[in-house]
Design a protein around this ligand. Structure first.
Ligand SMILES: [Zn+2]
Length: 292
């Protein structure tokens, strides 16, 4: 069930596919951390807020992915609330079509268009130390998206957005999305040692002990990185892509191709950054990868 669950003090969360942080700032007003993913859940959250006579004062978007910003337009139209987003995310919140273009890498056929990416634009301002709501700490969590942040509340609850995924997400998606693999690994190392009373990943239940899940994410991400390193030698991108899909036993459909292709490129980039591999055009004009 989608409900508002109290955590500590003035901090609660709405348990949906993408959890929403709710901070009661008094005078019947709340700050939302992200705004959910689906119209039914967005309206459900608004009904629950209405039943408690609460109005939305401010929205903080952790990042621009549509399952975190889908309610921006609804809430800002209804309450006239301000939307704040990190510098590297705010533009994509305002122009969500660009996000689809980024993932689809120019492939924009009818078949590959995914309703997941259809979200109404909303106007986000860049979050700065000056306009950060009092009592909140914005924590940089690079790796999953361009410039994602987490939020620590006055009650010492830390909302971690998509920096850390559930075991189930890893099992189901096999190759979940991360924009910069090495940055994501560094962020996970930081989360492993992070202090806080309760941690709220966006797609998992809140926990007091985040270290074990951080270790698990590091292990799975390194496993994927090793797989790409193992299969890359002497192959072009397309040949490597086919081998990766086979090794991970992924049932590939057209609409999922761009996402997996972006992921393979991101893993290859992380290995190039490590100087573990390099890419070179062969006499055939194909880009071929080699181990150093
Ligand atoms: Zn995300």
């Amino acid at each position: 069930m989608f409900e508002i669950n109290k955590l500590i003090g003035n901090t609660s969360y709405y348990s949906a596919f993408s959890n929403v942080g709710i901070i009661d700032v008094g005078d019947g007003e709340v700050i939302l951390i992200d705004t959910c993913d689906h119209q039914r859940m967005i309206r459900g959250l608004d009904r629950l807020l209405g039943a408690k006579n609460l109005r939305v004062k401010t929205i903080i978007d952790t990042h621009c992915h549509v399952d975190h910003i889908a309610g921006n337009k609804y809430f800002s139209d209804k309450y006239g609330c301000e939307i704040l987003a990190p510098k590297g995310e705010a533009f994509f919140v305002s122009y969500p079509d660009l996000e689809a273009k980024f993932y689809y890498a120019g492939i924009d056929t009818e078949k590959s268009r995914n309703p997941f990416f259809m979200v109404e634009p909303s106007v986000a301002k860049v979050i700065t130390p000056e306009n950060t709501p009092e009592g909140l700490e914005i924590i940089s969590l690079p790796g999953h998206s361009f410039d994602m942040v987490g939020v620590r509340t006055q009650d010492d609850v830390v909302f971690l957005a998509d920096a850390i995924l559930s075991k189930r997400t890893w099992d189901e998606h096999k190759l979940p999305f991360f924009y910069n693999i090495n940055a994501a690994l560094e962020t996970l190392e930081e989360i492993k040692n992070m202090k806080g009373k309760i941690f709220v990943p966006a797609h998992n239940v809140p926990t007091e002990n985040i270290g074990e899940l951080a270790e698990y994410n590091i292990m799975r991400m390194k496993e994927r990185k090793e797989l790409v390193y193992d299969i890359c030698e002497g192959l072009s991108f397309d040949d490597m892509f086919a081998l990766m899909i086979e090794k991970l036993n992924i049932n590939l459909v057209t609409s999922k191709y761009p996402m997996y292709a972006v992921m393979l490129r991101n893993f290859l980039q992380s290995l190039v950054d490590d100087k573990a591999i390099y890419a070179k055009i062969d006499e055939d004009t194909r880009l071929i990868y080699h181990r150093n």
